[in-house]
Design a protein around this ligand. Structure first.
Ligand code: WT7
Length: 659
């Protein structure tokens, strides 16, 4: 159910300041990949513009039709064209004479554990992996789950799947065995690719044990392919388990890529929705790669001598589009880092920027706020003069963090691209163009050329830019025209796909993004955050329902309600309100610790609540719906909003008392 009243208070205080524009320097603008002219070109002939962008790729069979929207909301882009995604990301750069170019400067978490991989080497590695996967019986249309830390083999595995028309489903290695098992089951994956262990803050921790647990009752899984990363002990199931170095590394580096239809499914990536069951978002080949390549080239202003670094993990869509498919299709040199920003200390990112001469750095607001807290003496201890462009993604970036990022990491001169998009959109949709846009801190600005977005009210009427600025009137962000990298569905659930994204504005045929937003007087878009029961923790999407279902999975819990409350570092933090069962009353002394551990094993440590309050009652409407809005007020220490629809307004005294 969608709320009909939008109430968003996050970060609006900053909007009351007179906005400051940050235009690009004349020097940056003069050499920028994108100039103002492309907005006009896209506007004049949108489909023609996308057809032109698709020519950034090598097609085995050229397409004649750009968009088929006749079965909306199931789109087909470039449908009669054929291509091989991995060929586009690897082989063609080697054929063009760039085989010696470094594709990946890989930096392991242990200092000194680093490796450079050229495009020629990447081609051999991907070919070997494709041959090995074929030998294991995988063929186009099958699903492979990839559960790995940020090692080069993870990227090789993704590209090997792409090369064979096999769908990959990358599951973040921070997810629990339970979460992995649910995803393997939903996709009926035949193969799981993992590592023996992973480094986390200097320690080798097992990863394969989680796989063993996850696949124990999954009949679809025929094999588990294991990269030896840490050398720690693993249990072994003969016949099922295979070492990467005994299979992939022994395979032939010769492999001829087959061309697939543009609509060949490329990957499946699970993301949280408003229920406890994650959605398997489906992306396909030609349209996805076109928009990945186009947006990466123009938003990040990629040049042949750039050293690009996106700090995301391949477990999230940012890693798919802006580590694997966008950068590699564009033949760039990039840094891939395995570890956390604080290992061995908080200088690590800046050490890496200096070591490789990183020119473009793309990260999340939560990390920038962490650096802010640590203090500017940390970036100031480094020569960061190579940086010429900065990016932000995952959540709104507050103007203060934006300015700090520019001043202390970008030498007060680097343009910042605040990029709005989602797992579902596949690629950046709303962002400044760094050589064109006079950016305003906190705003993602305007849709990219070729993209159309609107902010509308309940009735689908577009808000008037600036008209209600003083009142902070917000509306719903919608995408009113199809785009090449749009999701093609939810794996196995067409109804949920239509219902979640296309029913809110069914009459108009618009995609409902689930975000609240507003226009400023200049018509720029300020995305304010989710308006559904989805939280954004450090840029990670987690649904309240998932955490609630993990909590009620504990034998002592009768009922749980979860809300996201504003947090200075992580954007939002998880606050849980829990009613214990009569039998557990008073609970064991460490019930709160037990519950936190429960969430960690059911979902992931990133979903652990910041606060758990044991309460006698939850605020409910007469129809029995938990009033999360009021819990959010409590969690954030605000005066309560309208409580008139509550059955028992006095429950709040008890809840407050528990805080
Ligand atoms: C949600 C999508 C896109 C990759 C990372 C997250 C929020 C994302 C921004 C931004 C304001 C943003 C939105 C969106 N979001 N980028 N630049 N400004 N909000 O992908 O997990 O699919 O989450 O992240 O709320 O709906 P995701």
């Amino acid at each position: 159910m969608q709320p009909s009243v939008i109430k968003l208070t996050r970060m609006t205080e900053a909007h009351t300041e007179a906005p400051t524009h940050y235009p690009p320097s004349a020097a940056f603008a003069a050499t920028a990949n994108a100039t103002a002219e492309i907005y006009d070109r896209a506007e004049a002939d949108r489909l023609g513009f996308w057809a032109e962008q698709a020519k950034r790729l090598s097609w085995a069979t050229p397409f004649t039709e750009v968009l088929d929207w006749s079965e909306a909301p199931f789109a087909k882009w470039f449908a009669d064209g054929t291509l091989n995604v991995a060929y586009n990301c690897v082989d063609r750069h080697v054929e063009a004479g760039n085989g010696d170019r470094v594709a990946i400067h890989w930096e392991g978490e242990p200092v000194g554990d680093a490796r450079d991989i050229t495009y020629a080497q990447l081609k051999d590695d991907v070919s070997r992996a494709a041959n090995a996967l074929t030998a294991l019986g995988l063929s186009a249309g099958d699903r492979v789950a990839i559960y790995m830390p940020m090692v080069p083999e993870a990227i090789v595995a993704m590209l090997a799947c792409a090369r064979l028309g096999v769908m990959h489903s990358v599951v973040f290695a921070g997810f629990s065995a339970t979460a992995l098992g649910a995803r393997v089951e939903d996709a009926a994956a035949k193969l799981v690719i993992t590592t023996d262990g992973q480094y986390r803050r200097g320690q080798a921790a097992s990863l394969k044990t989680a796989v063993d647990e996850a696949v124990a009752n999954q009949p679809s899984v025929e094999h588990v392919l294991v990269v030896k990363r840490t050398g720690i002990d693993v249990d072994w199931t003969p016949g099922r388990d295979l070492w990467w170095h005994e299979t992939v590394e022994q395979a032939s580096p010769e492999h001829t890529p087959e061309a697939f239809d543009a609509e060949q499914p490329l990957f499946l990536l699970y993301t949280s929705g408003t229920t406890g069951k994650p959605k398997g978002i489906v992306h396909t080949s030609g349209g996805f790669l076109t928009q990945a390549s186009y947006s990466h080239h123009n938003v990040f202003d990629i040049k042949a001598d750039d050293v690009y670094w996106c700090t995301a993990d391949i477990g999230w869509v940012t890693g798919h589009t802006y580590i694997v498919y966008g950068p590699l299709s564009n033949g760039v040199t990039q840094v891939v880092y395995e570890g956390t920003p604080t290992s061995p200390n908080e200088h690590r990112h800046f050490d890496i920027i200096e070591k490789y001469g990183v020119t473009i750095y793309y990260t999340a607001p939560t990390l920038i706020r962490t650096f802010m807290k640590l203090g500017r003496q940390i970036p100031e201890a480094h020569d960061l003069s190579s940086l010429r462009l900065l990016g932000s993604v995952g959540e709104p970036i507050n103007p203060e963090a934006w300015r700090w990022y520019r001043d202390h990491i970008g030498a007060g001169t680097a343009p910042i691209v605040d990029t709005w998009w989602q797992t579902e959109t596949g690629a950046i949709m709303i962002s400044p163009l760094p050589g064109v846009t006079a950016a305003k801190p906190g705003s993602a600005m305007t849709p990219l050329p070729g993209i159309s977005a609107k902010i509308v009210d309940d009735n689908g009427v577009e808000l008037v830019p600036g008209a209600d600025e003083a009142e902070h009137v917000t509306g719903y962000l919608v995408l009113d025209k199809p785009w090449p990298s749009m999701l093609r569905g939810i794996w196995g659930d067409d109804e949920r796909f239509k219902d979640t994204y296309w029913s809110r504005f069914a009459e108009q045929g618009w995609y409902f993004a689930g975000d609240g937003a507003r226009y400023d007087a200049d018509g720029n878009i300020w995305v304010l955050g989710r308006i559904d029961d989805v939280m954004n923790i450090s840029g990670h999407r987690i649904s309240t329902a998932e955490v609630e279902s993990a909590l009620v999975g504990h034998s002592g819990v009768a009922e749980a309600a979860v809300v996201g409350a504003t947090d200075a570092t992580t954007g939002q933090a998880i606050c849980a309100f829990v009613i214990l069962k009569e039998s557990a009353h008073g609970g064991s002394d460490n019930i709160v610790d037990e519950l936190r551990a429960q969430v960690s094993t059911e979902i992931s440590p990133i979903a652990k609540p910041r606060e758990i309050h044991i309460v006698p009652e939850l605020p409910k409407t007469r129809s029995g719906k938990i009033m999360r809005r009021l819990l959010r007020d409590v969690a954030e220490g605000r005066d309560l909003g309208d409580t008139s629809t509550l059955v028992d307004p006095s429950v709040f005294e008890a809840i407050r008392a528990s805080k």
